[in-house]
Design a protein. Sequence first.
Length: 131
Amino acid sequence: MAVGLGLVLGLNIGVCPEAPEAVTPKSALENKVIQSVSVSVSGKVVKIEDQEITLEHEGDSLSFTVAEDTQISRFEIPAIPEGEVVPEELPLLKEEKVALEDIKVGNQISAFLEQIAEGEFVARNISVSSE
């Protein structure tokens, strides 16, 4: 029986009886397999301190570091005037490169994170939703 781990902004642990046995880090290194953990998270920014952002989603929270090479973008969803029918083909999203300083508490963001140590994550890409 293997233990399955999932992360959606928090850690969910469940038992997966039909899953194959998990590879332990020791056996992975013996087989010269390099493992890294990457996750995609989204939520509301509740704290920004120095290079660290804390997100919250449905009562769970997760903090991560923003590196110097983290790609940060804001995507603007085209406005559809009230009363108009949504076109079959929506216009492309408008992307704007932004800096960490442009992210504010209360923003909704999505981020692609890489685990660098037990419980420590660094952002590789951050997408800020338009306000």
